[in-house]
Write a protein that binds this ligand. Structure first.
Ligand SMILES: Cc1ncc(COP(=O)(O)O)c(C=O)c1O
Length: 355
């Protein structure tokens, strides 16, 4: 691995030097030093600027832990959960629901189609759901779902919403104030290393969490409600990662969220224009593509293109996932990597590889 390797994957993203330096600070004992809890409270306050006013819980573990913890903490045996899906992560929520003995009612459609609002409304009609899950940006297809109308109908039916915004939060606007449990992770648009998952939790979600007897500790969100005030974490926290996350959030807030969103839009637009110039089309289409990741339809060539980009140009890209592994090449332009010069270096290299 060389120093000028460019990692344009849809997470983990490049970690800026300031974040890496911050992580090399002396390691505190998060269990016994009161200053650490002070620091933790400051960090959760800063995260509220990104996640909205709900309580924040930062768990030691990467994104999947947040997804599992949300289900483990909100769902008790027999609960019916509407799993709204048009992609890999949306479908994956149903596995967690069943793992925790809930009843997953899947409202899914093709990965290329938008969320089906009519189908969602008709499922909700019987009024028997406590919780619904969905994904804001389906990273494997690069699709950003229009979740506003879905949140409207969930509100009408008084259903708790769980939204995976792992690959969009901090890069594009997310209607966090209307989401009960909003899930993000350190290594995507925040550009901190993998290792932390951040959940925002509304009062009504807390009420449900408190009513559920969760088996397990690592996946239980309940102890996090008062962790900072009671100065007790359920396990030794990842202090260096938390330091890094604070610096990453400082960078984001100093730049300003609106400016950051514009930077993501500009990087995505550049990437897609250059892809079109190369005769490449988007999977599935431009209108719904997330400003954080571009998925290109490459018809069986994804692995070979990925290899040539790494070997010949020192640029790391991602292929598709699941059935799309060979047919989709993904370029992440999120977080620190949402910059025109990085997109241009990537697309210059892709042009050379295609030639
Ligand atoms: C939409 C989405 N949700 C969840 C995850 C899981 O995150 P992690 O890889 O940090 O476990 C990912 C990772 O790529 C993702 O893209």
């Amino acid at each position: 691995m060389t120093d000028d390797r460019l990692r344009m994957t849809p997470g983990p993203t490049e970690v800026p030097a300031a974040v890496r330096e911050r992580m090399s600070e002396p390691t505190p004992n998060p269990d016994v030093e009161p200053e650490f809890f002070e620091f933790y409270r400051t960090l959760t306050d800063k995260l509220e600027a990104v996640y909205g006013d709900d309580d924040i819980a930062i768990l030691g573990g990467e994104g999947i832990l947040g997804l599992e913890a949300a289900i483990a903490s909100l769902v008790e045996p027999g609960d019916r959960v509407l799993c709204i899906a048009n992609g890999l992560y949306g479908e994956g929520f149903a596995d967690f629901v069943e793992m925790y003995d809930g009843e997953a009612v899947i409202c899914d459609g093709p990965w290329t189609a938008p969320l089906d609002l009519e189908a969602i409304e008709s499922r909700l009609e019987d009024g028997s759901f406590d919780v619904a899950t969905m994904v804001h940006c389906e990273t494997p297809t690069g699709v950003r779902n229009d979740i506003g109308p879905v949140l409207d109908v969930l509100e009408e039916h008084d259903v708790i919403s769980v939204v995976d915004a792992v690959s969009s939060l901090g890069g594009v606007p997310v209607p966090t104030d209307r989401i009960d449990v909003c899930l993000g992770a350190s290594q995507k648009c925040f550009s901190a290393p993998p290792g932390l998952t951040v959940c925002s939790i509304s009062d009504r979600a807390w009420a449900k969490i408190e009513s559920v007897e969760t088996n397990g500790l690592y996946t239980d969100l309940e102890p996090w409600r008062d962790a900072a005030d009671e100065e007790w974490f359920p396990y030794t926290h990842l202090s260096s990662n938390l330091y890094g996350l604070e610096t990453a959030i400082d960078l984001l807030l100093e730049e300003g969220l609106e400016t950051v969103f514009e930077r993501h839009e500009a990087a995505a637009t550049r990437c897609r224009r250059r892809a079109a110039d190369l005769g490449l089309s988007l999977y599935p289409d431009d209108a719904r593509s997330s400003p954080t990741v571009t998925a290109l339809a490459v018809d069986g060539d994804a692995g070979q293109l990925q290899e040539s980009m790494a070997d010949d140009h020192d640029i790391v890209l991602a292929t598709g996932l699941g059935d799309l592994e060979d047919d989709v090449l993904r370029i992440g332009h999120m977080g620190h990597n949402a910059r025109i010069d990085r997109v241009d270096r990537t697309m210059d290299a892709l042009e050379a590889v295609l030639e």
